[in-house]
Design a protein around this ligand. Structure first.
Ligand code: ZN
Length: 588
């Protein structure tokens, strides 16, 4: 069954300039009758990516990626076909003929539409409340944060009133919204005994939107001392998945694209303050470490990120995990450190936008930042210190996707550890290509950086063992290679047959002290950093990316010519294409 009439697809392609679409995200240069650029689907230094405007296709002679403009959007934006079609249609200003998706799909689509409308109603309601007499405390809060009316309007803050006469539930009732739908939105709660209340009461409200601008969730900040939690967020709903939403991008995406970089901050108000200070390409991860879903969204707009965290945050937890994820996803990452004790919000308020921009300008690359920290932590004038330093850095080096970048990193390492470059290069190559060497958990349990996906699975195993076991069962042994949480996940997989409620206890009993520390650390989070299904996907993707990097590494190291080299190259390309195909399936 065709999803769309072929005539429509033909029309859409005719209406769409493929050079325009691709040129938005890949710098292209005209070369004779075609356009050339660096392939966005593999790492390369000389352009082998071609776009044929007249015939309407693209083709990479490096990795073999190719297809029409819809295919490009599917691959580049990581969208399934129907979404890619809608995306292009919206761009071309064409109406999409309704696809016949069957009753379930139509019902789900109708529900999502209704929920979007509800969020618009809610945003308007909260805004009204902020401007009304009840909103005085929230207005004072905004004033105390020195946020200008223009900023307040841009980020559409609102106020959720305390329980009383005016409630969002009441507004929904006035509009005859069915109670089930109200509850489904996550904005209204049905308590035991049937009492219905607003989820957000007496809070400063922050609408959270997709990059398209549609409001899909809210964050609510406490206004009184002792009101807990300080930040309350919408739950996951059919509209909203925390791991797939980057706060602020709806407002800042134009600036991100224009400047081709993005400052990554942690909180809603860090973002507002930085934006107000004139640094407009900025997004917020909102407390937790970045997910690969969020990284992929950002990748649509830029592949350069400057992390802006306070030094405490950068030293541990979310910041480090976010950086590693970004590096592994092929981002160019810089780290801008602020003085001890200040976050972007407080820093900008104290030192102004100019001081902040100076910090950004003075940022160092993530790898330099990591190197400096490691050098400080080890005594590299002694042989054992050098050894420990190199061992800790090998794991980092193995995550660098590009072979040339990896070699450069090796040279920096060699310089810092005062050993010969060749030695380090060889070691790194081994670690990157043959990643079976697991970092010994014992040495690193307290400081080691887990990927969000690993932490998410560990969290779920402890708090929701049924879901956790189901997720672990979907992973293959190879997916776990090289993961610091590998031993924990492998043990969990071996517990598939025991009653789930026993699993957390059994894990703790059978793990080593260090592994248990890892598990406990992940379990301490208030909520899972990412839903288990996302974690499984991320780990699978991670494995594909590692395999791809290894194949690419071999390709990059082949001699330029000769019959043997050609044959090997062909075999490597075949492997690479197969991997890209599987990666694409995972992304679909
Ligand atoms: Zn390519």
């Amino acid at each position: 069954m065709a999803l769309f009439p072929q005539a429509f697809i033909d029309d859409l392609k005719a209406q769409t300039d493929i050079v325009g679409v691709i040129g938005d995200v890949v710098p292209l240069k005209k070369a004779g009758s075609t356009w050339k650029g660096l392939c966005p689907f593999h790492q390369e230094k000389t352009p082998s990516f071609n776009v044929n405007k007249d015939k309407g296709f693209f083709k990479c002679f490096g990795c073999g990626a190719g297809g029409d403009v819809v295919k490009f959007v599917e691959l580049y934006q990581k969208m399934p076909f129907p979404e890619a079609v809608r995306h292009l249609a919206a761009r071309a200003g064409m109406a999409v003929p309704e696809r016949d998706g069957g009753p379930d799909e139509r019902a789900a689509a109708a529900e999502r539409e209704a929920l979007l409308t509800l969020h618009d109603v809610a945003a308007a309601f909260y805004r009204e409340q902020l401007d009304g007499p009840a909103g005085a405390r929230a207005r004072r809060e905004l004033e105390s944060r020195s946020l200008a009316p223009d900023t307040i309007a841009t980020f559409r803050y609102g106020y959720a009133p305390a329980a009383g006469r005016d409630t969002l539930h009441g507004r929904f009732e006035d509009q005859k919204v069915p109670l089930a739908l109200q509850v489904r939105s996550g904005l209204v709660l049905e308590l035991e005994g049937g009492r219905v209340v607003d989820r957000f009461r007496h809070r400063l409200m922050i609408p959270i939107a997709r990059d398209s601008g549609a409001t899909v969730a809210f964050g609510g900040r406490a206004l009184d001392a002792g009101q807990v939690p300080k930040y309350l967020n919408s739950p996951e709903t059919p509209l909203y998945s925390k791991g797939r939403t980057l706060y602020g991008l709806d407002v800042t995406k134009g600036a991100v694209r224009k400047h081709n970089y993005c400052v990554l901050v942690e909180g809603y108000f860090d973002l507002a303050q930085v934006w107000q200070a004139g640094v407009q390409p900025v997004v917020a991860s909102c407390g937790t470490a970045l997910t690969s879903g969020q990284a992929r969204i950002l990748k649509r707009f830029t592949s350069k990120v400057v992390l802006s965290f306070d030094p405490d945050a950068a030293g541990q937890g979310a910041a480090i995990r976010s950086s590693e994820l970004l590096v592994a996803e092929g981002f160019q990452v810089n780290v801008a450190l602020l003085p001890e004790g200040s976050d972007p919000d407080t820093f900008v308020r104290r030192f102004g936008g100019k001081g902040y921009v100076e910090r950004l300008t003075g940022s160092q690359t993530y790898l330099e930042f990591v190197l400096d920290r490691a050098v400080r932590a080890h005594d590299v004038t002694r042989a054992d210190g050098r050894k420990a330093f190199l061992a800790s850095m090998l794991a980092v080096a193995a995550t660098i996707p590009d072979a040339a970048d990896r070699d450069r990193f090796a040279d920096r390492l060699a310089h810092k550890a005062r050993v010969t470059e060749g030695v380090v290069r060889d070691e790194i190559r081994k670690a990157a290509v043959d990643r079976r060497k697991e970092v010994p958990a014992a040495a690193v349990a307290s400081t080691v950086r887990m990927r969000p996906a690993e932490a998410g699975l560990l969290w779920t195993l402890v708090h929701r063992p049924i879901e956790g076991l189901a997720a672990v069962a979907q992973l293959e042994a190879e997916d776990l290679e090289g993961l610091v949480s590998g031993p924990v996940l492998r043990l969990a997989a071996s517990l598939a047959d025991v009653p789930p409620d026993l699993v957390p206890g059994l894990l703790r009993e059978r793990l080593s002290v260090e592994e248990r520390a890892l598990l406990d650390r992940a379990a301490r989070a208030d909520q899972a950093p990412a839903p288990p299904a996302d974690c499984v996907l991320a780990l699978r993707r991670g494995r594909m990316l590692r395999d791809l990097a290894a194949v690419q590494d071999e390709i990059d190291r082949l001699p330029a010519s000769g019959p043997d080299a050609d044959r090997t190259l062909e075999a490597l390309w075949a492997r690479k294409k197969a991997l890209l195909g599987r990666l694409e399936q995972l992304n679909a």
